[in-house]
Write a protein that binds this ligand. Structure first.
Ligand SMILES: Nc1ncnc2c1ncn2[C@@H]1O[C@H](COP(=O)(O)OP(=O)(O)OP(=O)(O)O)[C@@H](O)[C@H]1O
Ligand SMILES: [Mg+2]
Length: 445
């Protein structure tokens, strides 16, 4: 081999080796880069590991604290459960005592009511109103002497004044609230299981409708009916805590010319209705507003006309019956009725100047009122026959009058001097009723 060839081979070999060297150097640089990156990664991982192990220690501590908390909570729950069962037993014991006390209260309340008499008469003189056109605007001929006595002028020979005594006399300034305060005890009796009848008697224009129904609904002038409804619902609510559940049903009838008319009629499906002996009974009354709505409907349907004494005279007797049925876990159910009656005005035919329809109405009104008087007198005299059947009014009130009921009569009096004769008539009738002692009321069960 020639030297030139050898040199060429060696030069090729050197180039190859240099190429190889270059490649190896690039590889080395790349590997060094990778090594640095890996070293950085290792440092990063070590950091994360340190962080995670400290986090894990924190979590472990938190878990231990939660476990301690849970153990404490469990102990508390067990203690509370025990307290609750002790309290429940105490509540049951108190409720039983409350029911016993409620029974005691009912007995005592009834004793007080019996001592006051099962038929009571309250007299109310209405104030002068603009249409009375009274000279001087003063009531000169009637005097309230005391809470329970008054006098009125006598005509003819003998004393110049008659004195009358009643269970209560309300003067012209008495408010509806003051009057209601005196009757609210009777509403309680109705809830306690007695039949109660409250009725307003008196001449046309003397304030019967004002006393029973009142003026503008929902105002201070609300009468005995809306106030009683309010009291009943409030009392039912508080009696619920004493273990009583009440069912309230209502019917509202009027007697016009000896015919019974239903003031509630079909209700358009708003309330549950039963027809009992052709009479609408609205059942399932849940709140005061429902009853007040029924009263407003009845009021619209009532027969009203103008008489010489009253622009809006009621020409019918209206009878609202609220049936209250109370059920108690310990005792039997008690069921009874609260009757609230707004009678048509008594009016003497001669003085009424009535003709035509008004005359027929007045005759019917007077006849049924005198029958009512006969029934009360027969009950007072303990006669074997009580003439309930003589008029629709007394027939309808049969349950509400007599031995099984507590009765309150309002005798409403007009302040007008030209009504003085009629006033004395009403007062005499009322005084006769006041003198009655009608048996002892028996509780319904
Ligand atoms: N205590 C009172 N306070 C204010 N106004 C009263 C009072 N009592 C009655 N009135 C008013 O006297 C008028 C006659 O009363 P009401 O209509 O109640 O008589 P009534 O006895 O029902 O008569 P009727 O038998 O003719 O129906 C009404 O305008 C009524 O608002
Ligand atoms: Mg009236």
């Amino acid at each position: 081999m020639s030297t030139a060839t050898e040199k060429t081979m060696l030069e090729n070999r050197i180039r190859e080796l240099e190429f190889l060297k270059g490649r190896l150097e690039r590889e080395r640089t790349s590997l060094e880069g990778e090594l640095i990156a890996s070293q950085k990664e290792v440092v990063g991982l070590k950091c994360s590991m340190a962080e995670m192990s400290s986090a894990s220690a924190g979590l472990r501590a938190e878990l231990e604290s939660l476990q301690r908390h849970l153990t404490n909570e469990k102990a508390d729950t067990a203690r509370l459960r025990n307290d609750v069962s002790v309290a429940t037993a105490e509540i049951q014991d108190l409720q039983a005592r409350l029911r016993q006390e409620e029974t005691q209260r009912r007995l005592l309340h009834n004793t007080v009511q019996e001592l006051k008499g099962n038929i009571r008469v309250f007299c109310r003189i209405r104030p002068i109103i603009p249409s009375d056109k009274m000279p001087g605007g003063k009531i000169a001929h009637l005097n309230v002497l005391h809470d329970n006595s008054m006098n009125a002028p006598a005509s003819g020979k003998g004393p110049s004044k008659f004195e009358f005594n009643f269970d209560r006399v309300f003067g012209p300034n008495a408010t509806q609230q003051q009057v209601f305060d005196e009757i609210s005890q009777l509403i309680q009796s109705a809830l306690d299981g007695y039949n109660v009848c409250i009725f307003a008697y008196g001449q046309t224009g003397s304030g019967k409708t004002f006393t029973m129904e009142g003026g503008t609904a929902g105002s201070e002038t609300d009468g005995m009916i809306p106030r009683s409804v309010r009291l009943i619902f409030a009392a039912c609510e508080s009696l619920r805590a004493k273990g009583w559940a009440y069912k309230i049903e209502a019917s509202f009838l009027e007697i016009y010319n000896e015919q019974i008319r239903d003031l509630l009629g079909p209700s358009g499906g708003v309330h549950d209705i039963r027809i009992v002996n052709n009479e609408t009974v609205v059942t399932n009354l849940k709140n005061e507003q429902q009853v007040q709505n029924l009263l407003a409907r009845a009021q619209q349907q009532r027969a009203v006309a103008s008489t010489s004494c009253n622009e809006h005279s009621s020409r019918s007797h209206s009878v609202l019956r609220l049936k209250l049925t109370g059920v108690n876990a310990d005792t039997a159910e008690t069921s009874n009725g609260l009757y609230m009656v707004d009678l048509a005005g008594s009016e003497r035919l001669k003085e009424s100047g009535a003709t035509g329809d008004r005359l027929t109405e007045t005759k019917h009104i007077n006849k049924s009122l005198s029958n009512l008087g006969n029934v009360i007198m027969a009950l007072a005299a303990k006669e074997s026959h009580v003439p309930y059947r003589n008029s629709k009014l007394t027939l309808l009130l049969q349950q509400a009058l007599g031995g099984n009921a507590k009765t309150l009569m309002f005798v409403n009096i007009s302040p007008k001097e030209n009504c003085a004769n009629e006033t004395v008539n009403s007062l005499r009738f009322a005084a006769k009723v006041n003198a009655c002692h009608i048996g002892t009321a028996m509780k319904n069960s």
